[in-house]
Write a protein that binds this ligand. Structure first.
Ligand code: NOJ
Length: 574
């Protein structure tokens, strides 16, 4: 074990060698990091129970360091009944036994740092699990107990109080209210849950809730965590009186693009985040935040990352933009200008654990408007996986060349696609049940990673595993394992490795600015970044001419007679 640890540390030092710009040494690392999202349940299973865990992740850390990313974002790892994949937390200061122990997490943090990487964890402040001790106390204490003030309990409406307090909807389908049974057995009041009934919303008007979360932040920051992703950061404050949604608000339950919405993007969230920023800044090496805030316009998003508030926020306009030059450029420009106005970096991502994998999205006919990606998605049209793969390669080069940070979702570097034909009985996302089996939910992007071998579980679980993986992998992933792609210069994995290697050393990449090449023809996105870098992306069908350049640094497919084929991208030195 000691020899193994020494080997890993040496790898960390090698990555940090002069000439290798590593974010680990840079104070503002979060302005330009490439962050890899680890969906822990599906990354690597160390103990053979069919579920990914900390032991499995620990063993695979050299893979991530070697891939060339700067930081890891780990989805919730706390004790949880797993009704919503861990976003239903029952204890914010421990690790779910299925994943490991707190001491495993400490060893992990230490090892991540030894490898020159950073670690972000995922805090869920809008709601707890219904198995959290606070919710038990609130139920047990009866109608007037102070413990109920930590959540949002209200009497029902209608003559018998048997209708919900208002017309709010759960994002997973159905009413956002559930009625409780009081300790004396009578039907009682209702509690709010914007997500599943097992995820009661906290009352952020309560000082106790506020103090508790600042203490949770400090708990993890004190243990060495470098940053925190904030789940549904735009949902924590509700309008006084909890007014009904208007007709247009109901339409927009998942996108929140409506000013004055009674529970999305309310002004009051900003005061909370100013307090959180003060906590992060109180550390000698400041800790950082990335907000998941689905708030429609870039200008609204920018308000979360104003000076004194959060550091960064995901840009969902880019993620939902169809594969078209005009819409992508609008999404890029609007994010860059909105973020620049408040001095924050832009954050780009193509996929995550909530959306249809981008390879599948791009393999379908492209629409004019945003593509269906969120929980309420349904497939539109057949998928051309070869086309999706080619576009995903192209998209990787575009994203990694843009100014700011990029988030990779595990498996995109392997070219994994959305598995849309999982057997019904394997589906676990609450959306499936809550929608009355009309929406298959998000399991299709959450399958266990294929590492090696010719058949499932593709090295996800050890050879002696007692159980099969928690979701079944398609046999066709045989060609997509890390082992199968390593050394194959045409593979998605080697493309990501090369791109990340170049991004790490090239002074033009990461933080900074871009200038569009106005001579580019429609369907071609072309921009320069000082010093001496140009990215050209051809989203059209025919081949495109390249601008003058000194050298081709990298292309997503081989050039054809010096021309850039359709659906491909190239990085040039000028
Ligand atoms: C956003 C998370 O990414 C998603 O997975 C979860 O279901 C909801 N927030 C509720 O916590």
């Amino acid at each position: 074990m000691r020899a193994e640890q020494r080997r890993r540390r040496a790898l960390g030092r090698a990555l940090a060698a002069p000439g290798n710009r590593t974010s680990a040494d840079v104070r503002d690392w979060w302005r330009e990091a490439v962050c890899y999202q680890v969906y822990l349940r599906s990354f690597a299973d160390g103990n053979g129970d069919g579920v990914g865990d900390l032991t499995g992740l620990y063993q695979r850390l050299p893979y991530l360091a070697g891939l060339g990313v700067d930081a890891l974002w780990i989805n919730p790892w706390f004790p949880s009944p797993m009704v919503d994949g861990g976003y239903d937390v029952s204890d914010y200061r421990a690790i779910d036994p299925a994943f490991g122990t707190l001491s495993d997490a400490l060893a992990m943090i230490e090892e991540i740092h030894a490898l020159g990487l950073r670690i972000l964890i995922d805090i869920v402040p809008n709601h707890t699990s219904s198995q959290h001790p606070w919710f038990h106390e609130a139920l047990a204490g009866g109608p007037d107990c102070v413990e109920r003030d930590r959540y949002i309990f209200r009497p029902g409406t209608g003559p018998k109080g048997d209708a919900p307090p208002n017309n709010w909807r759960s994002v997973f389908g159905g009413s956002a209210w559930t009625r409780i049974v009081e300790p004396d057995g009578r039907a009682g009041s209702w509690y709010l849950h914007l997500f599943a009934p097992e995820q009661p919303d906290l009352n952020w008007d309560s000082c106790l809730v506020r103090r508790e979360f600042e203490s949770i932040l400090r708990f993890w920051f004190d243990l060495g965590v470098d940053g925190i992703r904030i789940d549904v950061a735009h949902a924590m404050i509700k309008a006084p009186g909890l007014p009904d949604l208007g007709p247009s608000d109901i339409e927009l339950i998942a996108s929140a693009a409506h000013p004055g919405h009674p529970h999305w993007d309310r002004e009051g969230v900003h005061e909370i985040f100013r307090g959180w920023r003060a906590v992060a800044d109180s550390y000698p090496e400041p800790r950082v935040f990335v907000a998941e805030a689905c708030v429609g316009a870039s200008e609204r998003l920018a308000r979360y990352v104003r000076p004194g508030e959060l550091h960064t926020a995901f840009n969902f306009d880019y993620l939902t933009a169809p594969w078209r030059a005009d819409t992508l450029r609008i999404a890029i420009d609007s994010s860059l200008s909105a973020m620049a106005a408040v001095g924050a970096p832009a954050i780009w991502a193509l996929s995550n654990h909530d959306v249809l994998r981008h390879l599948t999205r791009y393999g379908r006919p492209q629409s004019d408007g945003p593509v269906h990606t969120l929980a309420n998605h349904s497939p539109d049209g057949p998928v051309d996986l070869a086309l999706g793969t080619r576009r995903a390669q192209t998209a990787a080069l575009l994203m990694l060349a843009l100014p700011g940070c990029a988030y990779l979702y595990q498996g995109e570097e392997l070219g994994l696609w959305e598995v849309e034909d999982l057997p019904d009985e394997t589906l676990q996302d609450p959306t499936w049940e809550r929608s009355g089996h009309t929406d298959r939910g998000r399991d299709g992007c959450r399958l266990p990673m294929p590492w090696s071998g010719d058949a499932p579980p593709f090295g996800f679980s050890p050879d002696h595993a007692q159980k099969v993986p928690w979701l079944p992998q398609p046999p066709q992933w045989k060609q997509l394992t890390v082992q199968a792609q390593t050394g194959d210069e045409q593979s998605m994995l080697e493309l990501y490795r090369r791109a990340l290697r170049i991004r790490r050393v090239h002074p033009a990449l990461g933080d900074g600015s871009l200038a569009w090449d106005t001579t580019a023809v429609p369907d071609v996105l072309s921009f320069t970044r000082p010093p001496g870098f140009q990215c050209v992306v051809n989203l059209g069908q025919g081949a495109a001419r390249l601008p003058d350049h000194r050298e081709v640094l990298l292309s997503s497919v081989p050039l054809e007679d010096g021309l850039l084929p359709g659906d491909s991208a190239v990085w040039l030195a000028r």
